[in-house]
Design a protein around this ligand. Structure first.
Ligand code: C5P
Length: 304
């Protein structure tokens, strides 16, 4: 075997409650993640002994994606080689559909797909728990990209519990111009709250109940994201985009994670198309995609 191809999903946060940061600077979270059918693909190909890691990128935001060790996929291959005690001789080719710096865990999905692909390429045979531990060392969202489905995340968002979610949800994703830096959005969240506002993250009973019965209208009304206010503070135009989606019939609208991508919940496939057409013509966003959730976590799709 000289090539392994793996896919990993984008994530959205149906709920993101952010607490006051701890001594490590990280914010404790209570989050409900959903993995989407929109995802990235990583092709890992064995390289000559001593060649080391190399990386190439095509697709959405390819020109904005680094092709050196600052790419999370590169770091994932390095970490996996160390964990398995093999030389890190591999070429990674990333086919991207998830927006870069969009609040949808694009970099984390690439890292998750790379872990799974390199584990197969180098015949590591790591357990799910071992993969999760390596993922958490790379970034807070990598474990969920490995996990997939719908899950509650606590801690930094990396301690996961699967959630029973009935049915399939139709989402419209609107890609805004440019990215937003995750640390900058967390800093803005702290600044808006002020030092006296000390809080613990909390889960939403309404979100959990809506998922249990698979009711899109209930879920749309229950969606929530503490990082939306800071993202809107840094990028006020996003408010118009959210309102345009609601005017087009979305059951709920919110900034995805730290933004600036916005997500809209539709009643069904037809409704999603209507929202997508309306947003495409609004001039408020750069691109629009229809997708569904939940979707599986990172997995090998072919080897050869
Ligand atoms: O873990 P990850 O690399 O995705 O986090 C990027 C940055 O986002 C962190 O360096 C930190 O500034 C911020 N962050 C946070 N609290 C979290 C997750 C991320 O403050 N729970």
């Amino acid at each position: 075997m000289s090539t392994v191809v793996a896919q990993a999903p984008a994530k959205i946060n149906l709920w993101l409650s952010v607490g006051t940061p701890g001594d490590d600077g990280f914010h404790p979270l209570a989050s409900v993640f959903q993995a989407l059918s929109l995802g990235d693909e990583v092709r890992a190909t064995k390289a000559e002994p001593g060649a080391g890691i190399s990386l190439s990128v095509e697709g959405e935001g390819a020109s904005a994606t680094p092709v050196d060790s600052s790419n999370l996929a590169w770091a994932a291959a390095e970490l996996m080689a160390n964990a398995l005690g093999v030389p890190p001789d591999v070429h990674l080719h990333l086919s991207k559909r998830i927006p870069v710096a969009g609040g949808m865990a694009g970099g984390s999905a690439d890292a998750a797909a790379t872990l799974v692909a390199c584990d197969a390429l180098w015949r590591g045979g790591l357990t799910r728990d071992q993969l999760m531990a390596l993922g958490a060392a790379l970034g807070s969202d990598v474990p969920f990209c490995l996990h997939g489905g719908t899950a509650v995340g606590t801690g930094r968002g990396d301690r996961l519990t699967a959630v029973l979610a009935r049915g399939e949800f139709h989402w419209v994703i609107a890609l805004a111009e440019g990215g937003l830096s995750t640390p900058a959005v967390y800093r803005e969240c702290d600044r808006l709250r002020g030092v006296d506002d000390v809080r613990q993250p909390e889960l939403s009973d309404a979100v959990m109940a809506a998922l249990r019965v698979g009711d899109a209208a209930l879920l749309g009304a229950a969606l929530g994201n503490d990082l939306q206010a800071p993202a809107l503070s840094l990028r006020p135009q996003l408010r118009q985009l959210l309102d345009a989606g609601l005017d087009a019939g979305a059951l709920g609208a919110l900034v995805s994670g730290s933004g600036p991508t916005c997500v809209f919940l539709a009643a069904g496939r037809e409704g999603a198309l209507d929202i997508a057409v309306s947003l495409s013509g609004s001039g408020l966003c750069r691109a629009v995609t229809c997708t569904t959730g939940p979707a599986p976590g990172a997995r090998v799709v072919s080897r050869g």
